[in-house]
Write a protein that binds this ligand. Structure first.
Ligand SMILES: Nc1ncnc2c1ncn2[C@@H]1O[C@H](COP(=O)(O)OP(=O)(O)OP(=O)(O)O)[C@@H](O)[C@H]1O
Length: 265
């Protein structure tokens, strides 16, 4: 994934500009920043849903297109409608072949693919239950399987751990980590809370109010760099392998208060 002199503006508001970034295969990039700093919008550019205002963007050397099978996407967690008739294996199957239902040999191949994806995320046991009745963590594992179904080279994750308990946060982040290690898939992971993934992160892109820093967690997640970026005093402490960030109120308040959103699709 290659961004060159990339900028995104809405009217006279610049979300970010002059972003130069190469993400290599297998790299894990965390995208951090307060509400409204343009994290989701960056993913939407990579998904071909938004156009850069200026600059260039390439995925695996090619221009961005919508529905690119080289790009997998795990959207923000939303609880599914309890009345949906879809089963877990239907969700995963849509990732494999869209909404077309394969017949004959192709149908069998697709069934095997779906089974192995379900197995890879540990969802076989509940693959035939209506998805709306599954827990948030179970639903999220299915979304990971769906996102991996097209064998993507780039995996975009938009706060995939939000509303998951600690155990399921670990399960889902381990699945994503396993994917990039075994298949060299690059991961872009938007999050308000870096601690659950701190051990996995190679580099951080930290966006604040049109400014940004890119570097290793040590280079970016320190008092000096974040104070500069926020334009106010930010203290970063390390305790028991976790980062405690004091002063970045909006950012901090958001993840402290993160609760299941309970929206229906
Ligand atoms: N199509 C659009 N037209 C105009 N403004 C937009 C559009 N899409 C997003 N925005 C604005 O751009 C800003 C950045 O939105 P974005 O969702 O990228 O932020 P974010 O960093 O992901 O925030 P959050 O942490 O709250 O999810 C917001 O203020 C949003 O209202």
């Amino acid at each position: 994934m290659h961004l060159e002199a990339a900028a995104l503006r809405f009217g006279d508001r610049t979300l970010w500009s002059d972003v130069n970034l190469d993400v290599r295969p297998g790299e894990f990039l965390a995208i951090l920043g307060p509400n409204g700093s343009g994290k989701t919008s960056l993913l939407r550019v990579l998904l071909g849903q938004l156009k850069l205002s200026s600059g260039d963007i390439r995925i695996a050397g090619k221009p961005v297109t919508r529905g690119n099978p080289a790009v997998g996407y795990i959207p923000q967690q939303k609880n599914l409608d309890p009345n949906t008739p879809l089963r877990g294996r239907d969700l995963v199957r849509m990732g494999v072949d869209g909404h077309k239902w394969g017949m004959g040999l192709r149908g069998r191949v697709i069934r095997q693919q779906v089974d192995s994806l379900l197995d890879a995320v540990g969802a076989t046991d509940y693959a035939d239950s209506p998805v709306g009745l599954l827990s948030g963590g179970e639903q999220q594992r299915l979304r990971v399987a769906q996102a991996l179904a097209s064998d993507p080279q780039l995996l975009l994750c938009d706060e995939p751990l939000l509303s998951l308990d600690l155990h399921h946060q670990r399960v889902v982040s381990a699945l994503i980590d396993q994917r990039r290690r075994e298949h060299d898939t690059a991961v872009l992971f938007v999050t308000h809370e870096v601690n659950p993934i701190l051990d996995l992160v190679d580099r951080v892109l930290y966006l604040v109010n049109g400014q940004f820093r890119i570097g290793t967690p040590d280079e970016v997640m320190n008092s000096e760099t974040l104070s500069e970026l926020y334009g106010t005093t930010i203290e970063v402490f390390e305790a028991a392998g976790r980062l405690i960030i004091v002063g970045a109120d909006d950012n901090h308040a958001h993840h402290e208060a993160a609760q299941p959103r309970g929206e229906l699709i």
